[in-house]
Each structure stands twice: as C-alpha cells, then as structure tokens.
Design a protein around this ligand. Sequence first.
Ligand SMILES: CC(C)(COP(=O)(O)OP(=O)(O)OC[C@H]1O[C@@H](n2cnc3c(N)ncnc32)[C@H](O)[C@@H]1OP(=O)(O)O)[C@@H](O)C(=O)NCCC(=O)NCCS
Length: 174
Amino acid sequence: MGRIQVRRGRRGDLDRIVAIESLAFDADRLSRASLSRYLTAPSAALLVVVADGVVAGYGLIGLRRGGRRASLYSIAVDPAFGRRGLGRALLQACERRARAAGREALTLEVRVDNAAAAALYEQLGYRKFDVVEDYYEDGAAALRMVRTFGPARAMRLAHGGRRARPAPGAAGGG
Ligand SMILES: CC(C)(COP(=O)(O)OP(=O)(O)OC[C@H]1O[C@@H](n2cnc3c(N)ncnc32)[C@H](O)[C@@H]1OP(=O)(O)O)[C@@H](O)C(=O)NCCC(=O)NCCS
C-alpha cells in the first residue's frame, strides 16, 4: 500500500463516505443526510483516510459544546482496504483532533460481537467501563469504552488549568 493520509472530510467526499457506510455496516447505518450534516457541523469532526488516492475510510467524532470528552460516533473502513492499518490511523487522528479541541478523553460504544473493532480499541488503550443492553436496532448490547489522554491532562494542570496544546506528534497511539 502506498502513502496514506488522514484529512478533514469535504463535500466532494460524500459519495464515497456513504458507499463506505453501506459496505462496512449491515444495520444501524448513518443516513446520507446525517453524514452530509456532520461534514460541516461545528459540534463534530469528520475525518477521511485516503489510500492509493481513494477515500478508503472515515472517522466521526462528536465535540459537544462545553463537554470534557469527545465521542466516537462512527469509524469505518472500506473492506477492500481492511487490515492495512487505516482504521488505526483514523482512530489516532480522531484522538489528535479531540485533544486539539481540549478534550480529556474519547468515549465510544461497540457491539459486544464486533471482535475486529474491539481488538482495535483495546490495541489503542481503550478500556471497558459499561455495558448498555438493547443498544442497537436488533437488540444487541454495546460495550462502552474510554481512553483518557493522560499527558494532555497533566499538561493542563501544569499550566494552571488553561487548555493545553498537545505536543507536536503527541498523537494518541498505543
Ligand atoms: C473496525 C475497522 C474500522 C478496522 O479497520 P481496519 O483498517 O481494518 O483496521 P486496522 O488495519 O487499522 O487494524 C488495527 C487493529 O484492529 C484489529 N482488527 C482489525 N480488523 C480485524 C479483524 N478482521 N479481526 C480481528 N482484529 C482486527 C487488529 O487488532 C488490528 O491490528 P493488527 O492488524 O496489528 O492485528 C473495520 O474493520 C471496519 O470498518 N469494520 C466495520 C465497521 C465497524 O464495525 N466499525 C466500528 C463500529 S464501533
């Protein structure tokens, strides 16, 4: 695989993002209208990963105003590009974006039977803190997981409570 790049999603990426949503998920899909809104919503950040010149996946975080945490709303990679590190690169970019917005942690929900996603999250240091029964359309339960950005918090404390800028290259990462 050639160079991969993560950047903000743009209006022109919408067709590919919608296609990836339908390839990656069998149910509980985000609609085209929702994905379109998230591309410009100030309370969210939608990032895409480009591999071999193609938009191959996307990651979406919620940044509710005044919140201390960011939420991972969705992450998906086109199965044709699976298992090549794109999901990890996207999630790490989402973490950087959350930290840049001053958030202390990233939380997420994952289906209890989604072994691939759970393995990715565990690899990047997420820990389970709750189970929500009947979370998905088909009644499946969700695990709630969180990763706290320790160094950002320490920096903020060291700077008298002001928002700390992440150090260059201080991506999430495992
Ligand atoms: C979860 C998902 C985003 C991972 O994307 P990806 O680009 O294939 O993942 P990566 O190549 O970055 O893999 C990172 C790690 O995730 C885990 N992983 C990814 N795919 C896996 C699979 N099929 N089986 C087991 N573990 C897997 C592994 O721990 C992997 O690390 P390794 O390759 O060093 O072993 C992708 O499988 C996907 O889009 N799934 C469908 C949508 C979805 O379930 N999203 C999450 C909703 S909560």
